[in-house]
Design a binder for this molecule. Structure first.
Ligand code: NOJ
Length: 544
């Protein structure tokens, strides 16, 4: 098992939007190398790189055409080796993204399968089926793609006639593997070893609960499709990956992206011989509300069983935190299947308010035991870009819903490093092509350089939180809730206390809490904690 990763702060790099070194308007590995010191300076322990393998980029890298190389848009394998080297020199571990539920329709296996007859063994690596209806004109079952529309696409045979259908849980450019075919399992063990041998420290596993489908592929009733997810056979995959990861010294780390309607089944994925950790999205989907957040923290800690949660407040699939907390807060609990949609709401935004709250929730999550995955740009307090021009949008969710859903482009807009139009706000070198998604004017003011020297910028607050985290709370795996003033939450972990003020009034903290060390998300005049803010307190021996 990976060990200290379980309490790491991991910076999520959405490579195409992090930093562009070659001036094509798309982020790349040399750009990431240039920006690594900024990640190390923030106090992070590791980076997680979204997929950067060769890919037609229909789902921005989650459609992989070659699992053993780097997309030329992002660089070369040599650039990747240089990145791992530099990251390690800076004390940062490197986690990659493993997408094993599906590949790209351009992957050689899928092309081979398309070219082969219906009963060919090479088709068995995917989920090809005959259609229903007398001409096979209806999809084999009624499953829907997560991105909208049917989960099946019909193929055309060599003679031009309509042929079998193949299953894709996501876009039609992302055919699902058939994990019941031993060739698939063997291939992925070899892919993992390929990257571990190059020094990669671990993997984040995409839709880890999805790889195996119910063998019968039955129709589903409206609502949750139980046959599509969380099948018992999926655990065999992670047992075998665990043994690959454990054959290295130190053992490599595996964290799963797992969405389950019954969160109690999460612990099965976290048994000793499976994954180190699973993402916890419980906090991400909560509104700005103390009791709800407390409940989510408790549930997260309980579900992680013998491990600790890998907390997520934001990622490349949901609206940015400053925007979410600046919107009207919905207190009705979303259905599990709608969780992600609930984190992609539209509506008026009070960004100043949302930013203060986002910092306070960051203080809460960074006080907790477990790993914290921090999505790039959150440390700058970037807002969701809700008004991207239609023609700039690229997300398959936008395309497949014919624009009914905005999708995820708005949290993927390239980062501002310095102010300056000629360089895409410092994302690119001067005179580069326009950034792949246009940056709104507000990004210039939130650039990293300007925030660096402002002690109360979001960046400075994040930096002081991340740097103080271990000193405040140690590695204690447990928390205790403290009685605290109305509308606040207070928890103790190790020698540290975290207090969040969810109310609309400034509150006076108990004098007995007077700390020897204090970190806060806005200027604080002890003992007064303003609304929409949080602080960390550490007292000397014997207090609290
Ligand atoms: C989850 C990833 O986070 C998301 O970005 C992607 O579209 C889907 N899995 C499909 O791979």
């Amino acid at each position: 098992m990976g060990s200290n990763e379980n309490q790491a702060v991991v910076y999520q790099v959405y490579l195409r939007s992090f930093r562009d070194a070659d001036g094509d308007g798309v982020g790349d590995l040399p750009g990431l190398c240039e920006g690594l010191p900024a990640i190390a300076d923030l106090g992070c322990d590791a980076i997680w790189l979204n997929p950067c393998y060769p890919s037609p980029q229909k789902d921005h890298g989650y459609d992989i055409a070659d699992y053993r190389s780097i997309d030329p848009r992002f660089g070369t394998l040599d650039d990747f080796d240089a990145l791992v080297d530099q990251a390690h020199r800076l004390g940062l571990k490197v986690f990659m993204d493993m997408v094993a539920n599906h590949c790209s329709s351009q992957h050689p296996w899928f092309r081979q399968a398309l070219a082969a007859p219906a009963d060919s063994p090479v088709r068995r690596r995917f989920l090809f089926r005959d259609g229903r209806g007398d001409q096979g004109q209806e999809p084999p079952n009624n499953w829907e793609s997560v991105f909208g529309g049917p989960a099946w696409t019909r193929t055309t045979d060599a003679d031009g006639r309509p042929g079998q259908w193949y299953l894709h849980s996501f876009d039609s450019a992302q055919p699902d593997f058939n994990w019941r075919d031993p060739a698939v399992a063997a291939e992925f063990e070899s892919v993992l070893a390929f990257w571990f041998d190059r020094g990669v420290d671990g993997f984040r596993i995409d839709v880890a609960h999805g790889n195996v489908k119910d063998q019968e592929l039955p129709d589903c009733a409206p609502g949750h499709n139980y046959a599509m997810w969380d099948q018992p056979e999926v655990h065999q995959i992670y047992r075998s990956w665990r043994s690959v990861a454990d054959s290295y010294q130190p053992p490599r780390y595996l964290v799963g992206e797992i969405w389950l309607p019954e969160s109690s089944s999460l612990s099965a994925y976290l048994r000793d011989d499976e994954l180190d950790q699973a993402f916890d999205f419980g906090l991400l989907i909560q509104p700005w509300n103390g009791p709800r957040m407390r409940q989510a923290v408790e549930a997260g800690l309980a579900q992680a069983g013998g491990t600790l949660p890998a907390w997520v407040l934001s990622n490349h699939d949901v609206h940015r935190a400053a925007t979410r907390y600046g919107q009207e807060q919905c207190l009705d609990r979303p259905e599990p299947t709608d969780m992600i949609a609930a984190a992609r709401r539209q509506g008026p935004v009070d960004l100043a308010l949302g930013t203060r709250r986002a910092r306070a929730v960051a203080a809460l999550v960074l006080a907790l035991p477990g790993a914290v995955f921090l999505y790039q740009g959150e440390e700058l307090g970037l807002p969701e870009v809700l008004d991207l021009p239609d023609e700039a949008r690229q997300d398959p969710i936008w395309l497949r819903s014919q624009g009914r859903e905005l999708g995820r482009d708005g949290c993927r807009v390239p980062l501002p490093w310095t102010a300056g139009q000629a360089s895409n706000d410092g994302f690119s070198p001067t005179g580069a092509a326009p950034a792949w998604l246009p940056q709104p004017a507000i990004f210039a003011g939130l650039n990293r350089q300007a925030q660096d020297s402002d002690p109360w910028s979001t960046l400075s607050v994040y930096r002081s939180l991340i740097k103080a985290r271990r000193a405040m709370f140690g590695d204690d795996p447990g928390i205790a809730w403290l009685e605290s003033p109305p509308a606040t939450l207070a928890l103790r972990r190790g020698d540290g206390v975290c207090v969040v003020n969810f109310g609309e009034q400034t509150v006076a903290l108990p004098d007995s809490w007077r700390p020897d060390a204090l970190v806060s998300t806005c200027p604080m005049d002890w003992p007064l904690l303003p609304p929409d803010s949080a602080c960390w307190l550490k007292a000397g021996e014997g207090r609290h």
